[in-house]
Write a protein that binds this ligand. Sequence first.
Ligand code: NAD
Ligand code: UGA
Length: 457
Amino acid sequence: MKVANILCMGAGYVGGPTMAVIADRCPGLRVTVCDIDAGRIAQWNSDRLPVYEPGLEEVVRRTRGRNLFFQVLSPEAIAQADLIFVSVNTPTKTYGEGAGMAADLRYWDSSAREILAHATGETVVVEKSTVPVRTAEAISEILHTHADGRRFFVLSNPEFLAEGTAVRDLERPDRVLIGHEGSEGSRAAAEALAAIYRQWVPEERILLSGVWSSELAKLAANAFLAQRVSSINAVSAICEKTGADIGEISQAIGMDPRIGGAFLEAGVGFGGSCFRKDILNLAYLCGQYGLQEVAAYWKGVVELNDYQIARFARLVVESQFNTVAGKRIAIFGFTFKPGTNDTRDSPAIGVCRHLLEERACLAITDPQGLAHAREELQGAAPEVEFEPDPYRAAQGAHAVVLLTHWPEFAGLDYRRIFAAMEKPAFFFDGRRQLDAALLHEIGFNVYAVGSPPKTRF
Ligand code: NAD
Ligand code: UGA
Protein backbone atom coordinates (compact mmCIF):
# COMPACT_ATOMS: atom_id res chain seq x y z
CA MET A 1 0.00 0.00 0.00
CA LYS A 2 1.59 3.28 -1.10
CA VAL A 3 0.94 6.50 0.80
CA ALA A 4 2.02 9.78 -0.81
CA ASN A 5 -0.80 12.18 0.03
CA ILE A 6 -1.97 12.64 3.57
CA LEU A 7 -5.00 14.64 4.60
CA CYS A 8 -5.94 15.63 8.13
CA MET A 9 -9.51 16.70 8.84
CA GLY A 10 -9.46 19.05 11.84
CA ALA A 11 -6.86 21.82 12.19
CA GLY A 12 -6.98 22.05 15.97
CA TYR A 13 -4.58 21.55 18.86
CA VAL A 14 -3.89 18.00 17.68
CA GLY A 15 -4.30 18.15 13.89
CA GLY A 16 -2.09 21.22 13.35
CA PRO A 17 0.97 20.27 15.43
CA THR A 18 0.79 16.55 14.55
CA MET A 19 0.70 17.17 10.82
CA ALA A 20 3.41 19.81 11.06
CA VAL A 21 5.75 17.29 12.69
CA ILE A 22 4.83 14.55 10.19
CA ALA A 23 5.55 16.95 7.31
CA ASP A 24 8.83 17.96 8.94
CA ARG A 25 10.00 14.39 9.47
CA CYS A 26 8.70 12.97 6.17
CA PRO A 27 9.70 15.39 3.40
CA GLY A 28 8.57 12.85 0.78
CA LEU A 29 4.94 13.13 1.87
CA ARG A 30 2.48 15.85 0.92
CA VAL A 31 0.45 16.75 4.00
CA THR A 32 -2.74 18.80 3.80
CA VAL A 33 -4.63 19.97 6.88
CA CYS A 34 -8.27 20.90 6.33
CA ASP A 35 -10.93 22.43 8.51
CA ILE A 36 -14.52 23.56 8.07
CA ASP A 37 -13.60 26.72 9.99
CA ALA A 38 -12.16 29.10 7.38
CA GLY A 39 -11.01 31.53 10.10
CA ARG A 40 -8.86 28.84 11.70
CA ILE A 41 -7.29 27.95 8.35
CA ALA A 42 -6.51 31.63 7.74
CA GLN A 43 -4.75 31.75 11.12
CA TRP A 44 -2.67 28.65 10.28
CA ASN A 45 -1.61 30.43 7.08
CA SER A 46 -0.71 33.63 8.95
CA ASP A 47 2.15 34.68 11.23
CA ARG A 48 -0.04 34.25 14.30
CA LEU A 49 -0.90 30.56 14.59
CA PRO A 50 -4.17 29.66 16.36
CA VAL A 51 -2.33 27.29 18.69
CA TYR A 52 0.47 28.45 20.97
CA GLU A 53 3.00 25.64 21.50
CA PRO A 54 6.70 26.07 22.22
CA GLY A 55 8.68 25.18 19.06
CA LEU A 56 5.63 24.98 16.79
CA GLU A 57 6.25 28.18 14.87
CA GLU A 58 9.68 26.97 13.77
CA VAL A 59 8.33 23.62 12.53
CA VAL A 60 5.48 25.32 10.63
CA ARG A 61 7.86 27.87 9.14
CA ARG A 62 10.09 25.06 7.81
CA THR A 63 7.27 23.03 6.27
CA ARG A 64 4.40 25.33 5.30
CA GLY A 65 4.23 25.70 1.52
CA ARG A 66 6.89 22.98 1.12
CA ASN A 67 4.95 19.79 1.92
CA LEU A 68 2.47 21.13 4.50
CA PHE A 69 -0.66 22.94 3.36
CA PHE A 70 -3.58 24.37 5.30
CA GLN A 71 -6.86 24.78 3.42
CA VAL A 72 -10.63 24.79 3.87
CA LEU A 73 -12.06 21.29 3.51
CA SER A 74 -12.88 20.48 -0.11
CA PRO A 75 -14.01 17.39 -2.08
CA GLU A 76 -10.74 17.47 -4.08
CA ALA A 77 -8.60 17.28 -0.95
CA ILE A 78 -10.46 14.13 0.12
CA ALA A 79 -10.38 12.60 -3.36
CA GLN A 80 -6.59 13.02 -3.61
CA ALA A 81 -5.79 11.54 -0.19
CA ASP A 82 -4.37 8.04 0.27
CA LEU A 83 -4.60 8.32 4.03
CA ILE A 84 -6.92 10.56 6.05
CA PHE A 85 -6.37 11.39 9.71
CA VAL A 86 -9.62 12.44 11.36
CA SER A 87 -8.71 14.77 14.18
CA VAL A 88 -11.98 16.58 14.73
CA ASN A 89 -13.31 17.53 18.15
CA THR A 90 -15.26 14.95 20.17
CA PRO A 91 -16.67 17.03 23.06
CA THR A 92 -19.03 15.85 25.76
CA LYS A 93 -22.60 15.64 24.48
CA THR A 94 -24.81 18.45 25.72
CA TYR A 95 -28.14 17.16 24.46
CA GLY A 96 -30.29 14.02 24.26
CA GLU A 97 -29.30 10.55 25.43
CA GLY A 98 -26.04 10.60 27.40
CA ALA A 99 -26.00 14.41 27.73
CA GLY A 100 -23.22 15.53 30.09
CA MET A 101 -21.32 12.23 29.77
CA ALA A 102 -21.20 10.57 26.36
CA ALA A 103 -18.93 11.76 23.55
CA ASP A 104 -20.64 13.87 20.91
CA LEU A 105 -19.72 12.14 17.67
CA ARG A 106 -21.47 14.50 15.29
CA TYR A 107 -18.23 15.98 13.92
CA TRP A 108 -16.85 12.48 13.43
CA ASP A 109 -20.04 11.39 11.75
CA SER A 110 -20.00 14.30 9.31
CA SER A 111 -16.29 13.68 8.59
CA ALA A 112 -17.07 10.05 7.73
CA ARG A 113 -19.88 11.17 5.44
CA GLU A 114 -17.59 13.65 3.66
CA ILE A 115 -15.04 10.89 3.17
CA LEU A 116 -17.71 8.56 1.86
CA ALA A 117 -18.96 11.20 -0.57
CA HIS A 118 -15.60 12.11 -2.08
CA ALA A 119 -12.95 9.42 -1.51
CA THR A 120 -11.66 7.52 -4.52
CA GLY A 121 -9.98 4.10 -4.85
CA GLU A 122 -8.34 2.79 -1.66
CA THR A 123 -8.37 5.05 1.39
CA VAL A 124 -6.97 4.52 4.86
CA VAL A 125 -9.05 6.37 7.49
CA VAL A 126 -7.20 6.96 10.75
CA GLU A 127 -8.96 7.84 14.01
CA LYS A 128 -6.77 10.49 15.63
CA SER A 129 -9.57 11.94 17.74
CA THR A 130 -10.30 10.29 21.07
CA VAL A 131 -13.47 8.28 20.57
CA PRO A 132 -15.57 5.71 22.43
CA VAL A 133 -14.60 2.05 22.03
CA ARG A 134 -15.98 0.47 18.84
CA THR A 135 -16.23 3.77 16.92
CA ALA A 136 -13.85 2.42 14.26
CA GLU A 137 -16.12 -0.55 13.79
CA ALA A 138 -19.18 1.69 13.38
CA ILE A 139 -17.36 4.00 10.94
CA SER A 140 -16.09 1.06 8.97
CA GLU A 141 -19.64 -0.25 8.65
CA ILE A 142 -20.95 3.11 7.43
CA LEU A 143 -18.15 3.40 4.88
CA HIS A 144 -18.48 -0.15 3.59
CA THR A 145 -22.25 -0.14 3.25
CA HIS A 146 -21.92 2.48 0.51
CA ALA A 147 -18.42 1.78 -0.79
CA ASP A 148 -19.44 1.15 -4.44
CA GLY A 149 -16.29 -0.77 -5.21
CA ARG A 150 -13.98 1.58 -3.27
CA ARG A 151 -11.99 0.19 -0.32
CA PHE A 152 -11.69 1.74 3.14
CA PHE A 153 -9.47 0.64 6.01
CA VAL A 154 -10.22 2.19 9.40
CA LEU A 155 -7.36 2.35 11.90
CA SER A 156 -7.15 3.73 15.41
CA ASN A 157 -4.07 5.86 16.11
CA PRO A 158 -4.82 7.82 19.28
CA GLU A 159 -2.71 10.85 20.11
CA PHE A 160 -0.92 11.02 23.46
CA LEU A 161 0.63 14.50 23.19
CA ALA A 162 0.15 16.93 26.05
CA GLU A 163 -0.36 20.61 25.34
CA GLY A 164 2.60 22.82 26.16
CA THR A 165 4.97 20.00 25.17
CA ALA A 166 3.23 18.94 21.94
CA VAL A 167 6.19 19.34 19.60
CA ARG A 168 8.55 17.48 21.92
CA ASP A 169 5.96 14.74 22.52
CA LEU A 170 5.39 14.33 18.78
CA GLU A 171 9.08 14.32 17.93
CA ARG A 172 9.96 11.87 20.70
CA PRO A 173 6.79 9.94 21.55
CA ASP A 174 6.82 7.35 24.36
CA ARG A 175 4.80 5.15 22.05
CA VAL A 176 2.76 5.24 18.86
CA LEU A 177 -0.27 3.01 19.05
CA ILE A 178 -1.88 1.69 15.88
CA GLY A 179 -5.03 -0.42 16.17
CA HIS A 180 -6.25 -2.43 13.19
CA GLU A 181 -9.17 -4.75 12.56
CA GLY A 182 -7.08 -7.87 11.99
CA SER A 183 -7.91 -8.50 8.32
CA GLU A 184 -5.07 -8.73 5.82
CA GLY A 185 -5.99 -5.37 4.24
CA SER A 186 -6.26 -3.68 7.62
CA ARG A 187 -2.87 -5.06 8.67
CA ALA A 188 -1.32 -3.73 5.47
CA ALA A 189 -2.89 -0.32 6.17
CA ALA A 190 -1.46 -0.41 9.71
CA GLU A 191 1.95 -1.25 8.27
CA ALA A 192 1.70 1.69 5.85
CA LEU A 193 0.94 4.02 8.77
CA ALA A 194 3.74 2.47 10.85
CA ALA A 195 6.13 3.08 7.94
CA ILE A 196 5.39 6.81 8.19
CA TYR A 197 6.19 6.89 11.93
CA ARG A 198 9.30 4.73 11.41
CA GLN A 199 10.88 7.67 9.61
CA TRP A 200 11.64 9.17 13.03
CA VAL A 201 10.24 6.94 15.80
CA PRO A 202 12.28 3.92 16.97
CA GLU A 203 10.69 0.61 15.97
CA GLU A 204 10.24 -0.61 19.56
CA ARG A 205 8.00 2.39 20.33
CA ILE A 206 5.49 1.54 17.61
CA LEU A 207 2.82 -0.79 18.94
CA LEU A 208 0.32 -2.59 16.75
CA SER A 209 -2.81 -3.81 18.49
CA GLY A 210 -6.47 -4.63 18.01
CA VAL A 211 -8.55 -1.59 17.17
CA TRP A 212 -10.72 -1.77 20.30
CA SER A 213 -7.69 -2.09 22.58
CA SER A 214 -6.22 0.98 20.93
CA GLU A 215 -9.41 2.99 21.44
CA LEU A 216 -9.79 1.87 25.05
CA ALA A 217 -6.08 2.35 25.83
CA LYS A 218 -6.42 6.07 25.04
CA LEU A 219 -9.36 6.55 27.39
CA ALA A 220 -7.66 4.43 30.07
CA ALA A 221 -4.38 6.39 29.79
CA ASN A 222 -6.15 9.70 30.41
CA ALA A 223 -8.24 8.19 33.22
CA PHE A 224 -5.06 6.92 34.96
CA LEU A 225 -3.30 10.28 34.64
CA ALA A 226 -6.31 12.22 35.93
CA GLN A 227 -6.73 9.70 38.74
CA ARG A 228 -3.22 10.45 39.98
CA VAL A 229 -3.99 14.17 40.07
CA SER A 230 -7.22 13.58 41.96
CA SER A 231 -5.44 11.19 44.35
CA ILE A 232 -2.78 13.72 45.25
CA ASN A 233 -5.38 16.49 45.50
CA ALA A 234 -7.42 14.32 47.88
CA VAL A 235 -4.34 14.03 50.09
CA SER A 236 -3.77 17.82 49.83
CA ALA A 237 -7.11 18.38 51.55
CA ILE A 238 -6.01 16.20 54.49
CA CYS A 239 -2.70 18.09 54.62
CA GLU A 240 -4.45 21.43 55.07
CA LYS A 241 -6.38 19.98 58.02
CA THR A 242 -3.49 18.21 59.71
CA GLY A 243 -0.51 20.47 59.10
CA ALA A 244 1.28 17.96 56.87
CA ASP A 245 2.78 19.33 53.67
CA ILE A 246 1.74 17.87 50.30
CA GLY A 247 5.07 18.79 48.65
CA GLU A 248 6.93 16.61 51.15
CA ILE A 249 4.40 13.82 50.68
CA SER A 250 4.62 13.91 46.85
CA GLN A 251 8.39 13.69 47.12
CA ALA A 252 8.30 10.84 49.62
CA ILE A 253 5.78 8.67 47.81
CA GLY A 254 7.12 9.51 44.33
CA MET A 255 10.54 8.08 45.22
CA ASP A 256 8.99 4.63 45.35
CA PRO A 257 9.64 3.44 41.78
CA ARG A 258 6.38 1.50 41.88
CA ILE A 259 4.56 4.83 42.25
CA GLY A 260 6.90 7.17 40.36
CA GLY A 261 7.25 10.91 40.67
CA ALA A 262 5.22 12.21 37.69
CA PHE A 263 1.74 13.67 37.97
CA LEU A 264 1.94 14.10 41.73
CA GLU A 265 1.72 17.89 41.75
CA ALA A 266 -1.20 18.93 43.91
CA GLY A 267 -3.06 22.01 42.79
CA VAL A 268 -6.34 23.69 42.10
CA GLY A 269 -7.42 20.74 39.96
CA PHE A 270 -6.91 19.41 36.48
CA GLY A 271 -8.32 21.14 33.42
CA GLY A 272 -8.03 20.89 29.67
CA SER A 273 -10.30 19.67 26.95
CA CYS A 274 -9.73 15.96 27.53
CA PHE A 275 -9.44 14.58 31.07
CA ARG A 276 -12.98 15.38 32.16
CA LYS A 277 -14.59 14.51 28.84
CA ASP A 278 -12.66 11.27 28.40
CA ILE A 279 -13.35 10.00 31.92
CA LEU A 280 -17.04 10.84 31.60
CA ASN A 281 -17.04 9.09 28.24
CA LEU A 282 -15.38 6.04 29.85
CA ALA A 283 -17.86 6.07 32.72
CA TYR A 284 -20.76 6.35 30.27
CA LEU A 285 -19.46 3.37 28.30
CA CYS A 286 -19.17 1.34 31.51
CA GLY A 287 -22.75 2.24 32.38
CA GLN A 288 -23.93 1.14 28.95
CA TYR A 289 -22.33 -2.24 29.51
CA GLY A 290 -24.07 -2.51 32.91
CA LEU A 291 -20.85 -1.90 34.88
CA GLN A 292 -22.32 0.68 37.27
CA GLU A 293 -19.67 0.23 39.98
CA VAL A 294 -16.87 0.71 37.48
CA ALA A 295 -18.60 3.81 36.12
CA ALA A 296 -18.97 5.24 39.66
CA TYR A 297 -15.28 4.53 40.37
CA TRP A 298 -14.08 6.62 37.41
CA LYS A 299 -16.69 9.33 37.90
CA GLY A 300 -15.25 9.78 41.39
CA VAL A 301 -12.05 11.12 39.81
CA VAL A 302 -14.02 13.96 38.19
CA GLU A 303 -16.10 14.59 41.31
CA LEU A 304 -12.95 14.96 43.40
CA ASN A 305 -11.64 17.45 40.84
CA ASP A 306 -14.85 19.51 41.01
CA TYR A 307 -14.54 19.44 44.80
CA GLN A 308 -10.92 20.63 44.67
CA ILE A 309 -11.78 23.60 42.44
CA ALA A 310 -14.79 24.57 44.59
CA ARG A 311 -12.80 24.08 47.82
CA PHE A 312 -10.06 26.43 46.60
CA ALA A 313 -12.56 29.07 45.43
CA ARG A 314 -14.31 28.97 48.83
CA LEU A 315 -10.97 29.28 50.61
CA VAL A 316 -10.24 32.52 48.75
CA VAL A 317 -13.49 34.02 50.04
CA GLU A 318 -13.45 32.56 53.56
CA SER A 319 -9.90 33.66 54.34
CA GLN A 320 -10.66 37.24 53.39
CA PHE A 321 -13.09 37.58 56.30
CA ASN A 322 -15.90 35.86 54.36
CA THR A 323 -16.39 38.60 51.81
CA VAL A 324 -14.78 39.62 48.54
CA ALA A 325 -17.64 41.86 47.43
CA GLY A 326 -16.21 44.95 45.75
CA LYS A 327 -12.61 43.78 46.31
CA ARG A 328 -10.15 43.73 43.44
CA ILE A 329 -8.59 40.30 43.03
CA ALA A 330 -5.71 39.65 40.64
CA ILE A 331 -5.92 36.31 38.85
CA PHE A 332 -2.46 35.10 37.78
CA GLY A 333 -2.96 32.61 34.95
CA PHE A 334 -6.09 31.52 33.15
CA THR A 335 -4.94 28.73 30.80
CA PHE A 336 -5.39 25.16 32.07
CA LYS A 337 -1.61 24.74 32.23
CA PRO A 338 1.47 26.72 31.20
CA GLY A 339 2.84 26.58 27.64
CA THR A 340 -0.52 26.79 25.89
CA ASN A 341 -3.15 29.38 24.98
CA ASP A 342 -5.88 26.79 25.65
CA THR A 343 -8.39 27.68 28.36
CA ARG A 344 -10.87 24.85 27.73
CA ASP A 345 -12.19 23.49 31.03
CA SER A 346 -9.52 25.42 32.92
CA PRO A 347 -10.00 25.42 36.72
CA ALA A 348 -9.69 29.20 36.40
CA ILE A 349 -13.16 29.33 34.87
CA GLY A 350 -14.80 27.80 37.94
CA VAL A 351 -12.74 29.84 40.40
CA CYS A 352 -13.43 33.13 38.57
CA ARG A 353 -17.16 32.41 38.25
CA HIS A 354 -17.35 31.72 42.00
CA LEU A 355 -15.53 34.95 42.82
CA LEU A 356 -17.75 36.91 40.45
CA GLU A 357 -20.85 35.47 42.10
CA GLU A 358 -19.40 36.77 45.36
CA ARG A 359 -19.20 40.18 43.62
CA ALA A 360 -15.41 40.43 43.44
CA CYS A 361 -13.79 42.59 40.73
CA LEU A 362 -11.26 40.54 38.80
CA ALA A 363 -8.08 41.59 37.01
CA ILE A 364 -6.94 38.61 34.96
CA THR A 365 -3.42 38.32 33.60
CA ASP A 366 -1.97 35.51 31.47
CA PRO A 367 0.95 35.44 29.01
CA GLN A 368 -1.01 33.62 26.26
CA GLY A 369 -4.58 33.04 27.38
CA LEU A 370 -6.24 36.46 27.58
CA ALA A 371 -8.09 36.24 24.24
CA HIS A 372 -9.68 32.91 25.17
CA ALA A 373 -10.28 34.06 28.75
CA ARG A 374 -12.35 36.92 27.35
CA GLU A 375 -14.46 34.41 25.40
CA GLU A 376 -14.85 32.05 28.37
CA LEU A 377 -16.09 34.82 30.67
CA GLN A 378 -18.15 36.60 28.04
CA GLY A 379 -21.31 37.86 29.67
CA ALA A 380 -20.25 36.59 33.10
CA ALA A 381 -19.62 40.06 34.45
CA PRO A 382 -18.96 43.46 32.95
CA GLU A 383 -16.23 44.45 35.41
CA VAL A 384 -13.61 41.84 34.60
CA GLU A 385 -10.34 43.41 33.50
CA PHE A 386 -7.98 41.57 31.16
CA GLU A 387 -4.52 42.91 31.83
CA PRO A 388 -1.35 41.65 30.10
CA ASP A 389 0.89 43.22 32.76
CA PRO A 390 0.82 41.31 36.08
CA TYR A 391 2.07 44.35 38.02
CA ARG A 392 -0.90 46.38 36.81
CA ALA A 393 -3.29 43.52 37.51
CA ALA A 394 -2.11 43.41 41.13
CA GLN A 395 -2.18 47.19 41.60
CA GLY A 396 -4.68 47.98 44.36
CA ALA A 397 -5.73 44.32 44.69
CA HIS A 398 -6.60 42.68 48.02
CA ALA A 399 -5.38 39.32 46.81
CA VAL A 400 -3.38 37.55 44.13
CA VAL A 401 -4.80 34.16 43.14
CA LEU A 402 -2.29 32.10 41.14
CA LEU A 403 -4.02 29.50 39.00
CA THR A 404 -1.47 28.63 36.28
CA HIS A 405 2.23 28.20 37.02
CA TRP A 406 3.63 30.11 34.05
CA PRO A 407 7.41 30.49 34.56
CA GLU A 408 6.89 34.25 34.04
CA PHE A 409 5.16 34.47 37.42
CA ALA A 410 8.14 32.99 39.27
CA GLY A 411 10.37 35.84 38.06
CA LEU A 412 8.22 38.74 39.26
CA ASP A 413 9.22 41.20 41.97
CA TYR A 414 6.77 40.31 44.74
CA ARG A 415 8.03 43.07 47.03
CA ARG A 416 6.92 45.55 44.39
CA ILE A 417 3.60 43.72 43.95
CA PHE A 418 3.02 43.66 47.73
CA ALA A 419 3.80 47.36 48.04
CA ALA A 420 1.13 48.24 45.45
CA MET A 421 -1.62 46.10 47.02
CA GLU A 422 -4.31 46.83 49.61
CA LYS A 423 -3.49 45.60 53.11
CA PRO A 424 -3.81 43.01 54.48
CA ALA A 425 -2.55 41.46 51.26
CA PHE A 426 -3.33 37.83 50.47
CA PHE A 427 -1.63 35.33 48.18
CA PHE A 428 -3.45 32.14 47.16
CA ASP A 429 -1.12 29.75 45.37
CA GLY A 430 -3.27 27.24 43.51
CA ARG A 431 -0.21 25.61 41.93
CA ARG A 432 2.31 25.70 44.78
CA GLN A 433 4.63 27.56 42.42
CA LEU A 434 6.11 30.19 44.70
CA ASP A 435 8.17 30.10 47.87
CA ALA A 436 5.50 30.54 50.54
CA ALA A 437 8.04 31.39 53.26
CA LEU A 438 9.47 34.22 51.15
CA LEU A 439 6.03 35.62 50.33
CA HIS A 440 5.15 35.48 54.01
CA GLU A 441 8.34 37.29 54.93
CA ILE A 442 7.47 40.02 52.41
CA GLY A 443 4.18 40.51 54.25
CA PHE A 444 1.58 38.40 52.45
CA ASN A 445 -0.90 36.10 54.13
CA VAL A 446 -0.13 32.96 52.14
CA TYR A 447 -2.43 30.06 51.36
CA ALA A 448 -0.93 27.31 49.18
CA VAL A 449 -2.89 24.19 48.26
CA GLY A 450 -1.84 21.32 50.52
CA SER A 451 0.13 23.37 53.08
CA PRO A 452 -0.88 24.97 56.35
CA PRO A 453 -1.60 28.71 55.83
CA LYS A 454 1.08 31.26 56.73
CA THR A 455 -0.86 34.24 58.03
CA ARG A 456 0.15 37.44 59.73
CA PHE A 457 -2.76 37.66 62.16
P1 NAD B 1 -9.98 21.28 18.41
O1 NAD B 1 -11.35 21.71 18.75
O2 NAD B 1 -8.82 22.17 18.71
O3 NAD B 1 -9.90 20.99 16.83
C1 NAD B 1 -10.86 20.26 16.12
C2 NAD B 1 -11.07 20.93 14.76
O4 NAD B 1 -11.89 20.08 13.95
C3 NAD B 1 -11.81 22.28 14.84
O5 NAD B 1 -11.01 23.29 14.27
C4 NAD B 1 -13.09 22.04 14.02
O6 NAD B 1 -13.51 23.17 13.28
C5 NAD B 1 -12.65 20.92 13.09
N1 NAD B 1 -13.74 20.16 12.48
C6 NAD B 1 -14.92 19.78 13.00
N2 NAD B 1 -15.63 19.07 12.09
C7 NAD B 1 -14.87 19.00 10.97
C8 NAD B 1 -15.05 18.38 9.69
N3 NAD B 1 -16.14 17.70 9.38
N4 NAD B 1 -14.06 18.52 8.79
C9 NAD B 1 -12.94 19.21 9.07
N5 NAD B 1 -12.71 19.80 10.27
C10 NAD B 1 -13.67 19.69 11.19
O7 NAD B 1 -9.77 19.85 19.06
P2 NAD B 1 -8.38 19.17 19.51
O8 NAD B 1 -7.98 19.67 20.84
O9 NAD B 1 -7.42 19.24 18.37
O10 NAD B 1 -8.86 17.66 19.70
C11 NAD B 1 -9.20 16.86 18.62
C12 NAD B 1 -9.33 15.42 19.10
O11 NAD B 1 -8.08 14.96 19.60
C13 NAD B 1 -10.33 15.23 20.24
O12 NAD B 1 -10.98 14.00 20.06
C14 NAD B 1 -9.45 15.17 21.47
O13 NAD B 1 -10.02 14.39 22.49
C15 NAD B 1 -8.21 14.48 20.94
N6 NAD B 1 -6.97 14.81 21.67
C16 NAD B 1 -6.71 16.09 22.05
C17 NAD B 1 -5.51 16.39 22.69
C18 NAD B 1 -5.19 17.80 23.13
O14 NAD B 1 -4.21 17.96 23.83
N7 NAD B 1 -5.96 18.81 22.78
C19 NAD B 1 -4.56 15.38 22.89
C20 NAD B 1 -4.85 14.09 22.47
C21 NAD B 1 -6.06 13.81 21.85
C1 UGA C 1 -3.36 15.13 28.75
C2 UGA C 1 -2.41 13.93 28.74
O1 UGA C 1 -1.28 14.22 29.54
C3 UGA C 1 -1.98 13.60 27.32
O2 UGA C 1 -1.17 12.43 27.32
C4 UGA C 1 -3.21 13.38 26.46
O3 UGA C 1 -2.84 13.11 25.12
C5 UGA C 1 -4.09 14.61 26.51
O4 UGA C 1 -4.46 14.88 27.89
C6 UGA C 1 -5.37 14.47 25.76
O5 UGA C 1 -5.86 13.40 25.50
O6 UGA C 1 -5.88 15.56 25.50
P1 UGA C 1 -3.07 17.76 28.62
O7 UGA C 1 -4.50 17.77 29.03
O8 UGA C 1 -2.66 18.57 27.46
O9 UGA C 1 -2.63 16.25 28.29
O10 UGA C 1 -2.15 18.23 29.84
P2 UGA C 1 -1.59 17.51 31.17
O11 UGA C 1 -0.17 17.80 31.29
O12 UGA C 1 -1.99 16.08 31.26
O13 UGA C 1 -2.35 18.33 32.30
C7 UGA C 1 -3.74 18.22 32.49
C8 UGA C 1 -4.15 18.98 33.73
O14 UGA C 1 -3.69 18.32 34.90
C9 UGA C 1 -3.58 20.40 33.80
O15 UGA C 1 -4.58 21.29 34.26
C10 UGA C 1 -2.45 20.28 34.79
O16 UGA C 1 -2.17 21.49 35.45
C11 UGA C 1 -3.02 19.23 35.74
N1 UGA C 1 -1.96 18.51 36.49
C12 UGA C 1 -1.07 17.72 35.84
C13 UGA C 1 -1.89 18.66 37.86
O17 UGA C 1 -2.70 19.37 38.47
N2 UGA C 1 -0.91 17.99 38.55
C14 UGA C 1 0.00 17.19 37.93
O18 UGA C 1 0.87 16.61 38.63
C15 UGA C 1 -0.08 17.06 36.54
